[in-house]
Design a protein around this ligand. Structure first.
Ligand code: NAD
Length: 262
């Protein structure tokens, strides 16, 4: 599915400086899309742009915090002014935040996860949808197995709540945006090899652990080996492309069957 499937199209990817966001940006650029690379860390976004250019593609760095309204409005305007169109949006930026017993989790920690994962998704959709209504397009929201099928990750209550809320937004908006030719779907990854665990604060895991262990590994398809960024990026590309033109309001779990076990 590489080549020209996104030729002439403009895409926006949030959290494009690393992990799944970077993989999605590279995948869309390989297919010919011009990609707006949105995130907070300029050096990482520049690195993604260098990688895209080394593949013969192109894009632009958009510096913004997804939880900040002014910054998001400016970034989306910058991309739209440059290209005059917006066809694909990947709402990917997110954090694990703090995983802790509910009576130990601080209000400020709750607020941070909600701000990035939920307010960030809302602001991404709020500022992009009005740019897509004329031509239609495809939005892919990166949720998780947590909050959609899996509820055993120790202490991940608020993270799971934001991921469940993202899926609820996708289902609700599929109906609202259908009349504008805008499709919206969710990708729900299982364990994927990225840096996200480095930014996770875990406290008192013993108190929140659920005693369920699978002797043969908890990812049936791979015997416990986590998925890759490319495996998620290929599904994002499918949902972004015309190959999924009749698909909207649908979660796709990319987890090797992990979420069916727990
Ligand atoms: P990652 O940490 O590599 O990537 C997250 C990106 O988002 C980073 O580039 C970071 O700089 C950016 N970001 C964070 N807060 C931001 C903010 N306020 N404004 C702008 N950018 C911000 O992690 P990842 O694993 O690639 O995660 C991407 C998405 O995938 C997240 O939504 C995460 O919940 C989801 N996910 C990941 C996994 C996994 O196993 N890695 C599993 C399920 C879901």
């Amino acid at each position: 599915m590489t080549g020209t499937e996104f030729e002439g199209k403009t895409a926006l990817v949030t959290g494009a400086g690393s992990g799944i966001g970077q993989g999605a940006a590279l995948r869309l650029a390989k297919g010919g899309a011009f990609v707006g690379l949105l995130g907070r860390t300029e050096s990482e976004l520049e690195e993604t742009l260098d990688l895209i250019r080394s593949l013969g593609g192109d894009g632009v760095v958009l510096l913004a915090d997804v939880s900040r309204e002014d910054e998001m409005e400016r970034a989306v305007d910058q991309l739209f002014d440059l290209r005059g169109r917006l066809d694909v949006v990947v709402a990917n930026a997110g954090i694990n935040g703090t995983w802790a017993p509910i009576d130990d989790l601080k209000p400020a920690e709750f607020d941070e996860t909600i701000a990035v994962n939920l307010r960030g998704t809302y602001l991404t959709l709020h500022h992009t949808v009005r740019r897509m209504k004329k031509r239609g397009g495809s939005i892919v929201v990166i949720s998780s197995i947590n909050g959609t099928r899996t509820f055993t990750t120790p202490g991940a209550t608020i993270y799971s709540a934001t991921k469940a809320a993202q899926l609820a937004m996708v289902l609700q908006l599929a109906l609202e945006l259908g009349r504008h030719g805008i499709r919206i779907n969710a990708v729900c990854p299982g364990a994927i090899e990225t840096e996200i665990d480095d930014n996770t604060h875990i406290r008192k895991q013993r108190q929140t652990e659920v005693p369920a262990k699978f002797p043969e590994g908890d990812i049936p398809l791979t015997g416990g080996v986590p998925g890759t960024i490319e495996e998620v990026a290929d599904v994002i590309a499918f949902l972004a492309s015309d190959a999924s033109r009749h698909v909207t309001g649908t979660p796709i779990w990319v987890d090797g069957g992990q979420s069916l076990l727990r």
